[in-house]
Design a protein around this ligand. Structure first.
Ligand code: GLY
Length: 342
């Protein structure tokens, strides 16, 4: 097929790469490749740590996504960090959050090991000795999204234009992977949800991903082998430009250094904010529209990196005749077009 992919973030590039591997003719257009959320994302491949009672379907998709990552990372030549996530609660109320998370995971048969403060200190000695307890999630992984984007850009050519509507006519199908701004008539399906993140460089980073609650404030820390530690991320509904704010950065660093006091001496190397593509029900929009020439690969909210390889498979399978996945089918949120009587 001749496929036009709009958007060269991790989703558009992953879709294009899969289609190219399968022998389709693909054109990717994006006036600012890799400038959206995936270029700033921490790269948690952590369906267990990110699970929520509010969106059980996200956990199901996340586990399917995670299962693809070892093979995908190997194919792209990008290392995966496999040390798991440790959930950390600073005080007794935070521990309620951690235990609720563990209970949700237990309902789904996912390994979640409760840790008292002494066990927590054994798992990650750099954590504050004042933590109330935690939970180890050994199945979670992480990856450096910038390394993934670089590997995909070696395999996929991007046309840096803002291709107009006319570009469609030269293609059998158009895949919209434009992150938090979809074109009409789909624009109402995504909304920007700001996330701020800080990159630190430490000579003593944590050995695994840490997701914590600090007096009610959520925070996560994703270490890389290089000593980089990504501290994230705020979650803000807004219509303002995505710029880091003093308050957001202050809260992230206060929570991070409360959990890992050694990070007080880390160098700040980057502060950034991007808009995540939120969807109305927190599930992605991957699949057909009522227009046979338009497929969506959008609305991944907090899970774009985790779900990129799965999205690529779902889109490629769909274009080759498979049924859409009912969990992600965008038509759940689209009205049937009106049919006019003759
Ligand atoms: N996946 C983490 C975030 O969106 O902050």
């Amino acid at each position: 097929m001749r496929v036009l992919v709009r958007g060269a973030g991790i989703i558009g590039l992953a879709v294009a790469e899969e289609l190219l591997l399968r022998g389709h003719r693909v054109r990717v257009v994006d006036p600012a490749p890799c400038s959206g959320a995936s270029g700033v994302a921490a790269g948690m491949l952590a369906p267990a740590a990110e699970a929520s009672w509010a969106a059980p379907g996200v956990l199901d998709l996340g586990l399917r996504g995670l299962a693809l990552w070892p093979g995908y990372a190997e194919r792209l030549g990008v290392p995966l960090a496999a040390a798991g996530t440790v959930l950390v609660a600073r005080d007794g109320r935070d521990l309620v959050e951690a235990r609720r998370q563990a209970a949700l995971l237990a309902e789904h048969g996912i390994e979640a090991v409760p840790l008292d403060p002494a066990a927590l200190a054994q798992v990650e000695p750099r954590l504050t000795s004042r933590a109330a307890g935690g939970v180890l999630l050994p199945g979670d992984r992480s990856v450096d999204p910038r390394a993934v984007l670089a590997a995909l850009l070696e395999r996929v050519e991007v046309d840096g234009v803002d291709a107009g509507v006319d570009a469609r006519v030269e293609h059998d199908v158009e895949v919209l992977a434009t992150g938090c701004s979809l074109r009409a008539p789909y624009s109402h399906l995504v909304r920007p949800v700001r996330g701020e993140a800080v990159r630190l460089r430490s000579d003593d980073p944590p050995s695994c991903v840490v997701r914590g609650w600090v007096f009610g404030e959520p925070v996560y820390l994703v270490p890389r082998a290089s000593g980089e530690v990504v501290v994230g991320a705020t979650v803000e509904e807004h219509d303002e430009p995505a710029v880091p704010t003093a308050g957001g950065v202050r809260r992230l660093l206060a929570a991070a250094t409360e959990l890992l006091p050694g990070l007080d001496r880390a160098a700040v190397v980057e502060v950034a904010a991007r808009d995540r593509p939120g969807s109305p029900d927190d599930l992605p929009l991957v699949g057909p529209t009522h227009d046979p020439g338009v497929v969506l690969a959008a609305g991944h909210f907090r899970h774009g990196v985790l779900l990129a390889p799965l999205t690529a498979l779902l889109v490629a399978d769909l274009l080759e005749g498979a049924d859409p996945d009912p969990l992600t089918d965008p038509r759940r949120l689209l009205e049937e077009p009106c049919t006019t009587r003759p």
